[in-house]
Ligand binder design. Structure first.
Ligand code: NAD
Ligand code: GLY
Length: 537
């Protein structure tokens, strides 16, 4: 059963109601505070006293990342847990969220009777509580059900929530998250068998008019008809444009052919380009949607693991140029992303593992609990089997990416963390020749080489390098690149679009969950690290 998360101010009864609700529904009961205490081996008061609230909030974030990877739980969250919108996103994505509330005077009564919570010490009157609740209004504004425990008993609150839960649709498999950027607000829907809902999802987000399914022959043969049927059932007039299959066709020439098709089909700015395929299709379709008539609607329907966990979310679109990868492009956010994991069943093992590289990268740099989750499931790491675990892993990956994209949509700073491994990766792709390596394979090589170099420079710990090797080497083992040498890779790096003047800056992993941006790596150190990485294949 989908989790139930209890949120709300301290004293609203999250622990008492939560424990009883879990018993009643035969679910596990988890308190985020208890998870934090166990992980840090310290009481909450001691964490506040010795490390301060900021450190506590970091631990709380990790605890929420970890517990939301499981289901069948009632999760009682700390009163301030949802102040961080990233936590709220994870809870909304994986749980039914129930807000418990009560009048500040009732809460004051309860809290002054003996709360040991550190923040309770500053609450000396009901007005202090009312003020703090008001400060946190955004944190308590999004929920599926609200129960006032000031006017009902614990038993009554449990009864109301249990009845409501039982009346809900058991839509466990589909996970949905919302992205809100200055350019666009959109949903990412992750699930199994949801391609048939494409048209209705597009209608639900207000799209109408003409649509152009943008794909390649490989994917169109497999999933084109299902997508077209869904679109026509929802009343969309749909035409199709197929580009040639392969990274080597991610070019301006392909884009020009597509512009002609848009013109012949009389598409206009209300029309929608539906990108059905992997990252190549998504990047080119996005580029067309972002530039034709200065912008049409875009819907991403990723069909590779890489596109599901990375390229379909965040609005980066581009084509390659002879002098560098992704050198011409625009930021253009989709209006909707629909990721149907059933499509992964036809993906080659090689492409699946390439996508796993980006998924592991998101865990490595932003969600250590996700990394552990993946590494402890070797079977989903190396080949696709339909499972709830993969649905949740993909959704968590989209969620960490969403956090970064919302904070820095056009990569003015923070978003650079997502480029970990990518400077070497893009150079490897250019030096090897586009289309020879999967992008995810190049990313795996890039992360290994960049972390190796960062380790030599004393930035990445030995432990971090060990974890990186354990995660990424299995994804590229057996690749044969005898003609690729470290010097040509380093030479290709000089055309990276992230360079400033002739200086190249890297985002390198220091520890699992921590990335340092703007690192300049000594050329000899980097060449040796790339050489070691290539020699290790
Ligand atoms: P891809 O798009 O080339 O797909 C790999 C292969 O799988 C192709 O032959 C494709 O036709 C086939 N395929 C796709 N879905 C399939 C399915 N369900 N069943 C069978 N075959 C299927 O490669 P990719 O790894 O998905 O994407 C790589 C591209 O993504 C690169 O160009 C990279 O630069 C880009 N990228 C973009 C971003 C971004 O933020 N925009 C992020 C990461 C990567
Ligand atoms: N794939 C890197 C980014 O989207 O920023």
């Amino acid at each position: 059963m989908k989790n139930i998360a209890l949120i709300g101010f301290m004293g609203t009864g999250k622990s008492t109601v939560g424990a009883e609700l879990a018993r009643r529904l035969c679910l596990r009961f988890v308190e985020t505070d208890a998870v934090i205490e166990e992980a840090s081996n310290k009481s909450i008061s001691r964490i506040f006293a010795e490390e301060g609230e900021k450190a506590f909030r970091r631990l709380e974030r990790s605890a929420i990342q970890a517990v939301t990877l499981e289901d069948d739980q009632v999760i009682s969250c700390g009163g301030g847990a949802t102040v961080d919108p990233r936590n709220l996103r994870l809870l909304r994505m994986t749980c039914r969220v129930v807000l418990l509330k009560a009048d500040p005077r009732v809460l004051y009564e309860r809290i002054s009777r003996g709360s040991s919570r550190p923040l309770a010490l500053n609450l000396k009157a009901p007005e202090d509580i009312a003020r703090l609740i008001d400060d946190r209004r955004d944190a308590y504004a999004q929920y599926d059900l609200c129960v006032d425990t000031g006017i009902c008993s614990v038993e009554e609150a449990v009864e109301v929530i249990a009845e409501w839960v039982c009346s809900q649709n058991a839509d466990l498999e589909n996970l949905r998250l919302e992205l809100d950027t200055p350019l666009e607000r959109y949903s990412v829907v992750v699930g199994s068998g949801i391609l048939s809902q494409l048209g209705s999802e597009m209608r639900a987000c207000g799209l109408e008019g003409k649509s152009m399914l943008f794909s390649n022959g490989t994917v169109d043969c497999l999933y084109g008809d299902r997508a077209r049927q869904s679109l026509s059932e929802a009343g969309f007039h749909c035409s199709t444009f197929l580009m040639a299959d392969g990274e080597e066709y991610k070019t301006l020439d392909t884009a020009v052919q597509a512009y002609h098709a848009c013109n012949e089909l009389s598409l206009d700015r209300r029309s929608t380009v539906v990108a059905l395929g992997g990252g190549v299709v998504g990047d080119v379709a996005g580029f067309i949607a972002g530039t034709y008539m200065r912008g049409m609607n875009l819907v991403q329907v990723p069909t590779t693991l890489l596109a599901m966990v990375d390229s379909s979310v965040g609005g980066k679109t581009a084509v390659n140029m002879p002098f560098g990868k992704n050198m011409v492009g625009v930021f253009h956010q989709p209006r909707l992303v629909v990721a149907d994991l059933d499509t992964l069943s036809t993906l080659t093992l090689r492409d699946y593992r390439a996508g796993m590289a980006e998924l592991l990268k998101h865990g490595l740099i932003l969600n250590p609990a996700l990394l552990d989750f993946l590494m402890s499931r070797r079977e989903i790491l190396m080949s696709y089997t339909q499972s709830r675990d993969m649905v949740w892993a993909v959704a968590h990956s989209c969620a960490v990416k969403a956090d970064i994209v919302e904070a820095d949509e056009t990569e003015q700073g923070l978003r650079e963390v997502l480029n970990a491994g990518h400077t070497v990766a893009h150079a490897v792709e250019l030096a090897a020749g586009y289309g020879r390596l999967r992008h995810g394979e190049a990313v795996a090589l890039g992360i290994i080489a960049e972390t190796d170099a960062a380790n030599t420079m004393g930035i990445a710990s030995d432990r971090c390098l060990e974890v990186v090797r354990a995660c990424f080497i299995p994804l590229v083992e057996g690749l044969s690149l005898p003609d690729l040498d470290a010097s040509s890779v380093c030479q290709a790096m000089l055309s990276d679009k992230k360079k400033r003047g002739d200086r190249v800056f890297f985002s390198v992993v220091e520890e699992v969950g921590t990335v340092r941006r703007g690192v300049e790596i000594d050329r000899d150190v980097l060449r040796e690290a790339v050489a070691r990485t290539l020699a290790g294949l």
